[in-house]
Ligand binder design. Structure first.
Ligand code: FAD
Length: 414
């Protein structure tokens, strides 16, 4: 049996960054990354954007951090079990030993539940999914997209801009209304309709018959050339974590503030439910940049400990970042920094050629900011969220306290 000083499960941004940061921080080798994915590590965000819109063919865009040169990349290997006592994982017919383990298994798309087994419904997560989806788009003049989350909206915009007649079906009152509020939803609606996307709001898909007949609960039926279901993601760590005796929540591994789940074992990215010390609570985050940031943190924390979890290096770091993401809907880019677990109030500020929405909780504390063509608001917004500024401060143009970039002097509930 081969035993690795660091074994990473998953070749997404969290896993690759964890291995890269571990090596950069001087963690000892050998290091291996084992992944179910068959492709070299690649960026996921372009998969719902350029290539689907008819841009360059679907090719793997390398992830920013490179795989460390001495690390082994074991692709096409599904890990089916973790044994914490023996310090091993089962990957196909091989058992791999580890001293430190990072779980970065990400998420998989939720399959559409009400459908014939042989209904032709695309999902979008992997490069292979994107190849199939783009090939279908080339053959199609009409499409139904189910779900108005970011992937649904981005994909609908991309298909619309390549000339496909798209119908976006959503139970929400408008795209993203629940998460982002009415103003942002109206903007997204106008961007989509400008690209010819028809949006059916307040309707549920009751069933999809094979091959591609979509029944809606308003009694209508659609028969497109292709269907994409984008109704959400399921974190992919529960099946590994539960049998191993790790604490899980909705398929995520529950981690402390150092993103550790057991001695010498960490989690990062979409599979993590970590304690964010700035928020003062556990957060679920499904964003590219945060997967990289969490990977960086666990890589460094792993390098600062021996295999039993005892500190050996410069000490560990807590997870403190305000989560944030970008989304491109056609030619329009939204930026969002927020704890991501809801808001009570939303205040809109119009900007030249753009807008900002400030989100606040019941105590008028800023919990998020969404910007469109308002980079200055985005830059100060993330700091104001961290510092738990009030909505009044945000609206008055306040800037975050430079000496307190992560809100360490906030209300101390971390
Ligand atoms: C189409 C699309 C567009 C997106 N656009 C944006 C965007 O614009 N902005 C943004 O912020 N975010 C975006 N995201 C979200 C972002 O891509 C994810 O948050 C990010 O990829 C999460 O990284 P991760 O490393 O946690 O997981 P993943 O990237 O999902 O990687 C998980 C890895 O683990 C592997 N794996 C899973 N289970 C096992 C197992 N049992 N054994 C071995 N390997 C396993 C998988 O094969 C994969 O390699 C997008 C996502 C998609 C799908």
């Amino acid at each position: 049996m081969r035993t690795f000083e660091l074994l990473v499960i998953g070749s997404g941004p969290a896993g690759i960054q964890a291995a890269a940061s571990y090596a950069e921080a001087g963690g000892p080798g050998p290091v291996a990354i084992v992944s179910a994915d068959v492709d070299e590590p690649y960026m996921r965000p372009p998969l719902s954007k350029d290539s689907l819109a008819g841009g360059p063919p679907v090719e793997p865009t390398p992830i920013g951090p490179a795989v460390p040169k001495d690390a082994e990349l074991l692709l096409g290997r599904n890990v089916t079990a973790i044994d914490l006592e023996k310090r091993t994982v089962t990957a196909g017919d091989e058992t791999l030993g580890f001293r430190r383990l990072v779980v970065a298994t990400g998420a998989v798309p939720t399959p559409f539940p009400e459908a014939d087994a042989d209904a032709e419904i695309h999902l979008l997560r992997s490069l292979e999914d994107a190849r199939c989806l783009t090939a279908a788009a080339k053959r199609s003049t009409s499409a139904v997209v189910i779900g108005s989350g970011f992937i649904g909206c981005e994909a609908a915009a991309s298909l619309g801009s390549r000339g496909v007649d798209v119908t976006l079906v959503t139970p929400e009152d408008g795209p993203q209304t629940t998460r982002l509020g009415d103003h942002a939803s109206r903007q997204i609606t106008s961007w989509l309709t400008d690209l010819g996307v028809e949006i059916r709001t307040g309707v549920q898909v009751t069933h999809v018959d094979a091959p591609r007949t979509v029944h809606l609960d308003d009694g209508t039926t659609l028969a497109p050339d292709m269907i994409l279901s984008a109704i959400g993601m399921q974190p992919a760590a529960g099946d590994l974590g539960d049998p191993a005796g790790l604490q899980t929540y909705d398929g995520r591994l529950v981690a402390d503030e150092r993103l550790s789940v057991a001695p010498g074992v960490w989690v990062a990215g979409d599979s993590a439910r970590g304690l964010n010390v700035t928020a003062g609570r556990s957060l679920d985050v499904e964003h590219w940049g945060d997967a990289l940031a969490m990977g960086d943190l666990v890589g460094r924390n792993a390098a600062a400990t021996d295999g039993s979890g005892e500190e050996t290096g410069d000490g560990w770091q807590p997870w403190s970042d305000v989560p944030g993401f970008f989304s491109e809907i056609g030619e329009h880019t939204l930026q969002y920094a927020a704890w991501g677990d809801g808001h009570e109030r939303a205040e809109v500020v119009e900007r030249t050629g753009g807008f900002t929405v400030w989100y606040a909780d019941a105590d008028d504390v800023v919990v998020g900011v969404l910007t469109y063509n308002a980079d200055d608001d985005y830059e100060r917004g993330s700091g104001l969220v961290a510092q738990k500024a009030t909505l009044t401060e945000a609206l008055s143009g306040a800037r975050p306290d430079e000496d307190d970039p992560e809100g360490d002097s906030g209300d101390g509930d971390a």
